[in-house]
Design a protein around this ligand. Structure first.
Ligand code: GLY
Length: 376
């Protein structure tokens, strides 16, 4: 069997077409069928990726491979000091040090590269790509990842902006159980007000830090950008990049740099990626599951919803549940298939994702399992 014929058979089965058809097609019709099933360029990202999908689509239109395009897209967010969940300006670990995680995956060659707990380098997604291209490894971490990046010419810089440092300091002042620093407080009500955070009572400092963290809207605790794209050749690639969980234990690695958890691509089927509580994806391998659900014929949106359900079903610890037994955290998924169909879902309502469908950029509401509880 020729490799083209093998490729068509794989593609046909992943798209639900009968393999019998392929058996009787001459070579040139197989090529034509492959062209018909390949989608036009499409790029999706988490909601903070409107600029990213725009940049990626521009690059794809000018002939870039999907991987080059999606990395260039997320670099905008990594460089943006105002996005406190990614790259420069990301919220630091509990010691006040920014540690970044990122992974890339290239569909046509089925290769991946990743870095975790990388300090002082603004664009971990670019380093992840170099890991993929210039080593026989997939994941480098910490000190080794930094030395590797420097050897490849990446410049070290302080990633902690004044704004991120101020936010971290407020967290230390309100959440730490190990010091006596006090946050600014309202003399009339006695309540402590910290930016958008509101710690209703000083008692909050005495409780378990995990519970105290629950007083902060969970959208502030994890951020991240995921971006997936299909290029003009119908090839699919993706990237996820993040500063991870704010105020994390130094060295904590989330799902973003773990292939299969924070992102995954199969060039014959589609791509998926995630934002939100990484620990939930690490114990569920959610992104590879979404791609497998799509291989079984589910739409991208249904595949993302099924990944949310899987997390809820496996969420057995009381400390991770709300009073109604639902998760007290959120996770969001983004997916596209080989046909260029896209979808996204979160455990809780209110999420959107960025889509460039080749014509325009839009923020599209995502599916969800539960209505987000209103703040009390
Ligand atoms: N999903 C990003 C993180 O948990 O680090």
């Amino acid at each position: 069997m020729t490799s083209n014929r093998r490729m068509f058979l794989r593609q046909a089965s992943s798209l639900g077409a009968g393999v019998l058809i392929a058996g009787s097609l001459p070579q040139r019709e197989i090529h034509a069928a492959i062209q018909r099933t390949a989608a036009g360029p499409v790029v999706i990202a988490s909601a903070n990726g409107v600029g990213a999908v725009t940049r990626a689509m521009e690059m794809i239109r000018s002939g870039s491979d999907a991987l080059e395009a999606v990395i260039a897209g997320v670099n905008l967010v990594e460089d943006d000091p105002k996005d406190h969940s990614v790259g420069y300006g990301g919220l630091p670990n509990e010691d006040g040090v920014v540690e970044l995680d990122s992974a890339v995956m290239h569909g046509p060659t089925h290769r991946g590269g990743a870095v975790a707990a990388l300090r002082n380098i603004k664009n971990p997604s670019k380093v992840a790509r170099v890991v993929m291209e210039r080593t026989d490894h997939v994941l480098l971490v910490g000190e080794g990842a930094l030395r590797f990046a420097k050897a490849h010419g990446f410049k070290e810089e302080d990633l902690l902006t004044d704004e991120a440092r101020e936010i971290w300091l407020r967290w230390k002042e309100t959440m730490s159980t190990q010091d006596d620093r006090l946050p600014p407080h309202n003399e009339h009500t006695g309540a402590e007000e910290v930016g958008e955070f509101r710690v209703p009572e000083r008692r909050a400092r005495e409780v378990n830090p995990q519970q105290a963290a629950g007083l902060v809207p969970f959208s502030r605790l994890t951020g991240t950008i995921h971006c997936s794209g299909i290029d003009a050749n119908g090839n699919i690639s993706c990237v996820t990049t993040t500063s991870g969980l704010a105020y994390k234990v130094p060295g904590r690695v989330g799902d973003s740099p773990i292939l299969g958890a924070g992102l995954f691509v199969d060039n014959d089927v589609g791509a998926a990626g995630s934002t939100g509580r990484g620990e939930a994806n690490l114990v569920n391998c959610s992104s590879v599951m979404i791609v497998e659900y799509m291989r079984q014929g589910k739409s991208p949106e249904q595949a993302c919803l099924d990944a949310c359900t899987r997390i809820v079903d496996h969420n057995r610890m009381r400390r991770l549940k709300d009073a109604d037994g639902r998760p007290n955290f959120d996770v969001k998924f983004y997916a596209l298939n080989k046909r260029g169909e896209t979808g996204a879902a979160g455990i809780f309502s209110g999420g959107t994702y960025a889509l460039h469908d080749g014509k325009e950029v839009k923020l599209v509401p995502m599916a969800y399992l539960y209505k987000r509880p209103t703040a009390k």
